[in-house]
Design a protein around this ligand. Structure first.
Ligand code: ADP
Ligand code: MG
Length: 699
């Protein structure tokens, strides 16, 4: 076995119980894990301060000097240990609130120390609580003369005595005992292209950098390596998938598509829509299975694209289904597609959780006999009971509610899997999307239909509510309709429900019937009541729709021109953007009003400012990503992007692009990595695979 795979407990000074802690708290199992456990920051240990020059606001400070007095002080709240420290000119106090006895015994007078830590300032006098201390002699001998690594840690590790010093020591021991532990993982060609230092050198310098330059060189090398191998694996998987998985060949574009295009299409397609349809046509016509993600901002017109692809399926004698995340949305899709198709002879049906039994069994017969061309519905569509005659295309709308597992379910419906088109209005930046969704190809609608007015977005505090009511009344007078949305967060559902009801009451008072009519929709209502209320709003029988986020996805009421979002600080950016997308669908100037209290976290402030400054979904997604990190991104859990050890998917975006295009080029030349020069890659991938399996199995 590779020495790097040695369990960490065999490292000098570790042993089973520490090894267990390191496993549990940091996920470190082996020597290799420890070497790949990277610092998250560095502190400068090359600069020494004089006590008279100590800065008021700096974080960590290092001083040389001697202890000239030690005393124990008894106070009401307990004892503390005080040492007077002198740099030869001035004096300051070092303070310990815990662990007095052994510290007191270890402190020596008349010995030169280097102390390191944060300062406290009391009435203009500095003191340093719990300093890190080292004798000058040891300091001069030690590793950490310049930049010192700081590693991620946990409360538990600290309380069990695994301090930064211990971690540094462990890694130092390991590096000293294993000379050059790694076989080089990158081909010479790539290394010289970017002047990347060798793997072993990079490891030493990432943990014990001599100076900023060697640190940067080490970081670049390791980031590139990390991103490159992720890309290489994703691209190889993608190539294999394409070669292995046969798909239905939709070879022709026939009467249905052409007739619709010439006679029924209610508007001119945007260039982006045309481009995307071309991309999809190429995909479904080449005999391989399509697995494509269609990204497009709210209102960019994804539905019509889906419909036209479903018509191509019908032209080739195949059935399609379209799945939506909610019943309301499924119904709306059904209604609008049915209207658009009109009398074309395409047979379309709706299946949701509340479809009646008789209806279901009739549907089942029609699906199996091939009488139906298009089935629209909720998750009910992929239940095992639902059998198609020949499902050729599955469209999934709003994928963030629709997991990978559910996509997989679709595949079991045929011996040959249907083409899959996943549509999402939660865009993520293109390069990121490419790297995250290894198994999906990507199309983007990056253009809104012409004539859309930008939604004016304002942030107002709760104290301005009366003015907002006045504004709402004015809009209603003009014939417009209004959404008012309350947050719904699962953990506090009861409280949210109360907020919603309180809000509803105060709005009912401000907008009394019979002059005003108000709809209310929330998650705890039975589906048929929701539909009834939605229906009244769609038919303009009510002017105001009070709702929780159930309306977030996809609802289309062009006459609604005002979206008021209550407690907007509690919503995430992508949710706010989705909600705003409910207005601005008609010809009128629309407004989105973000209501919040005065108490805002800095992150909440950034979110609200982003919303008022931009309507570009991609820009908003980027800010969102920066705020939250990629951890919450849909579907990323499977991709390895989450487990990045050193690269940052946003900050190192340039490296990401480079690594991706290098991996692409390399595979174009040598798909199976058989060339001599690619031996390091082949070997590294084999090791990664082998050891990944072992550890997955064990842990
Ligand atoms: P989304 O991408 O958010 O699902 P939709 O497909 O619901 O957007 O389209 C939003 C609205 O824009 C719909 O009313 C649709 O009919 C209309 N639309 C779509 N494409 C165009 C176009 N090219 N020109 C004009 N209107 C369009
Ligand atoms: Mg949509």
């Amino acid at each position: 076995m590779d020495v790097l795979q040695t369990p960490i407990e065999y490292l000098k000074g570790v042993g089973p119980s520490r090894a267990n802690l390191l496993k549990q708290e940091l996920g470190l199992h082996t020597f290799q894990d420890l070497l790949h456990f990277f610092p998250h920051r560095y502190i400068d240990r090359s600069t020494f301060f004089k006590i008279k020059d100590l800065p008021k606001n700096s974080s960590e400070i290092q001083i040389k000097g001697e202890i000239i007095k030690i005393q124990m002080i008894q106070q009401k709240r307990g004892k503390r240990l005080l040492a007077t420290f002198s740099d030869g000119e001035n004096q300051m106090e070092l303070v310990w609130f815990r662990g007095h006895q052994w510290i007191k015994e270890s402190l020596k007078l008349k010995v030169s120390y280097v102390i390191f830590g944060r300062l406290n300032w009391y009435s203009n006098r500095p003191s340093m609580p719990h300093p890190e201390m080292e004798t000058l002699e040891n300091f001069d001998k030690g590793f950490s003369k310049a930049l010192q690594a700081v590693y991620p840690s946990t409360e538990k590790l600290l309380s069990k005595g695994i301090s930064q010093r211990i971690i540094i020591k462990m890694i130092g021991e390991l590096l000293a005992s294993l000379k050059n532990p790694f076989t080089e993982t990158l081909p010479e060609e790539l290394r010289s292209k970017y002047r990347l230092i060798a793997k072993n050198e990079a490891l030493i310098n990432i943990h014990f950098p001599k100076d900023q330059n060697t640190l940067t060189a080490a970081q670049n090398r390791l980031k590139y390596e990390e991103l490159f191998f992720i890309q290489l694996q994703l691209l190889m998987k993608n190539l294999q998938r394409k070669q292995k998985i046969k798909g239905f060949e939709f070879e022709k574009v026939g009467n249905h598509f052409n007739y619709f295009f010439k006679e029924k299409l209610p508007f001119e397609l945007t260039e982006a829509q045309k481009r995307v349809i071309r991309e999809i046509r190429k995909d479904i016509g080449n005999g391989q299975q399509m697995n494509r993600l269609l990204q497009g901002d709210v209102g960019s017109g994804k539905t019509i694209v889906a419909l036209m692809v479903m018509l191509i399926a019908a032209d080739n004698g195949f059935q399609s289904c379209l799945m939506a995340p909610t019943e309301i949305l499924a119904k709306q899709h059904y209604q609008s597609l049915k209207d658009m198709i009109g009398d074309m002879g395409i047979r379309i049906a709706l299946l949701t959780g509340s479809s009646k039994k008789a209806e279901r069994s009739q549907l089942a017969t029609q699906l199996e006999s091939g009488e139906l061309d298009i089935l629209i519905g909720t998750h009910a569509v992929i239940e095992d009971k639902v059998q198609f005659k020949n499902l050729g295309l599955a469209v999934v709308d709003e994928q963030h509610r629709f997991g990978v597992a559910q996509r997989a379910k679709l595949w079991r419906k045929n011996s040959i899997p249907p083409h899959v088109l996943v549509m999402t209005a939660t865009p993520i930046p293109r390069t990121l999307a490419m790297s995250v969704y290894g198994d999906l190809d990507i199309s983007i609608i990056d253009e809104l239909p012409p004539g859309r007015k930008k939604v004016k977005t304002l942030h107002r505090y709760d104290s301005n509510r009366l003015k907002i009511f006045k504004f709402m009344a004015d809009e209603i007078k003009k014939g417009r309709q209004i959404y008012i949305v309350y947050p719904l967060i699962q953990e506090s559902e009861k409280m949210d429900y109360k907020d919603l009801m309180d809000g509803y009451e105060s709005i009912s008072r401000a907008f009394p019937s019979p002059h005003y009519q108000i709809s209310i929709v929330h998650g705890q209502m039975p589906a048929k009541d929701k539909d009834y209320e939605m229906g009244r709003f769609i038919k303009k029988q009510t002017q105001i729709m009070v709702a929780t986020t159930v309306i977030e996805v996809g609802v289309n009421v062009p006459n609604a021109s005002v979206m008021v979002i209550e407690s907007a600080e509690r919503f995430g950016l992508s949710q706010l953007h989705q909600l705003r997308g409910r207005v601005g669908r008609g010809n009128d100037q629309s407004y989105c009003i973000l209501m919040s209290s005065h108490k805002l976290s800095s992150e909440a402030k950034t979110r609200l400012e982003t919303m008022t400054a931009s309507t570009d979904g991609f820009k908003i997604a980027e800010v969102d990503l920066r705020l939250r990190g990629p951890g919450d991104l849909m579907g990323t859990q499977q991709s390895g992007v989450l487990q990045l050890k050193i690269a940052d998917i946003i900050k190192d975006n340039q490296w990401l692009k480079t690594a991706r295009s290098d991996a692409q080029e390399l595979l174009r030349e040598d798909q199976h990595l058989v060339a001599q020069k690619n031996t390091p890659l082949r070997q590294t991938l084999a090791k990664m695979k082998a050891y990944q399996n072992i550890w997955n199995y064990i842990s």
